[in-house]
Design a protein around this ligand. Structure first.
Ligand SMILES: Nc1nc(=O)c2c([nH]1)NC[C@@H]1CN(c3ccc(C(=O)N[C@@H](CCC(=O)O)C(=O)O)cc3)C=[N+]21
Length: 280
């Protein structure tokens, strides 16, 4: 039996339709949600992502300001810009596009953002609050995965969720969110021995490692749900971390790349920005 393909683009559109109503409600009260985006350097992928965020803001009527700074911008200048946006009442969300050039200390920059405007959920305070189950801004990609599962009526209670990847922006917060939803959670990574033996136990397999097509059919249990967070540019185009064509033969449900988690990430950024505006 071939898997059902989860349509991330469609679910993201549904989510954005709901966000649109909230934007309209805020505007009726004289509040326009505002997002400030800081991009340092000329990395083409980063420029494309920032462009997509800008476009989505425009569509929903969210005010956006994008600061495109040259690659040699000093850390001090970035910190000063963040300070300015922290104090700007028209800006409810601040996002610093990652990765930053090597001469800039990423954590120092992220920790300068007012935690109440930290719509990426990368500030230490939000990371800490998420880990102890307190109210926090939740990173957009893992939040997008959760919302996507909810839209597919997939309840994580008691399920074995295997997260492959332990990054601070996806793997770790993903594991926290699955745990909050009462899953049994395993985190695997590049040093995991016999990865296949672990991934084959997954009821829900979430992969975020950045290695093209590394998850193959033999690593997936019959009837599993497979969520592919990877986005890899290869000669043939854009591929995920999951070997889609073989894995779809065994999985019950699977997300494609593109058109899976990516569009959900953007929708969640809009959600967090509107949430921040609603809270103020
Ligand atoms: N501070 C920060 N926050 C981020 O959220 C952040 C970041 N830095 N750095 C880079 C990653 C990457 N990311 C993506 C968002 C949407 C798609 C997306 O919508 N992709 C589409 C199309 C992709 C394409 O065609 O290029 C898809 O998968 O269908 C992809 C990648 C956000 N990131």
């Amino acid at each position: 039996m071939a898997a059902t393909v989860i349509d991330g683009k469609l679910i993201a559109q549904r989510v954005k339709d709901e966000i649109q109503k909230r934007v309209d409600n805020l505007k009726a009260k004289g509040i326009t949600p505002g997002l400030g985006v800081i991009l340092v350097g000329e990395d083409p992928a980063s420029q494309a992502y920032v462009g997509m965020k800008e476009k989505t803001c425009k569509k929903l009527g969210i005010h956006s300001e994008v600061y495109r700074l040259p690659g040699n911008t000093s850390e001090k200048e970035v910190l000063e810009l963040i300070e300015r946006l922290n104090n700007d009442d028209n800006i409810h969300g601040i996002l610093v596009q990652l990765p930053l050039p090597k001469h800039i200390d990423e954590w120092k920059v992220l920790d300068r953002i007012n935690p109440q405007k930290d719509v990426d959920g990368f500030h230490s305070i939000n990371v800490g609050n998420l880990s102890i189950g307190r109210d926090a801004f939740v990173p957009c990609t893992p939040l997008g995965v959760i919302v996507m599962l909810e839209h597919c009526n997939i309840d994580l209670t008691g399920k074995h969720v295997v997260v492959v990847g332990r990054s601070n922006i996806v793997g770790k917060p993903m594991a926290q969110l699955a745990l909050q939803r009462h899953a049994t959670v395993t985190i695997a990574h590049s040093r995991t021995k016999d990865l296949g033996a672990i991934t084959r136990q997954a009821d829900v397999l979430i992969v975020a490692v950045g290695r093209p097509k590394m998850i193959t059919k033999d690593m997936v249990k019959e009837g599993a749900i497979v969520i592919d967070v990877g986005i890899n540019r290869v000669e043939s185009g854009l591929v995920g971390d999951v070997d889609f064509d073989s894995v779809k033969e065994v999985a019950a449900q699977i997300t494609p790349v593109p058109g899976g988690v990516g569009p959900m990430t953007i929708a969640m950024l809009m959600h967090n920005t509107v949430l921040s505006a609603e809270r103020r």
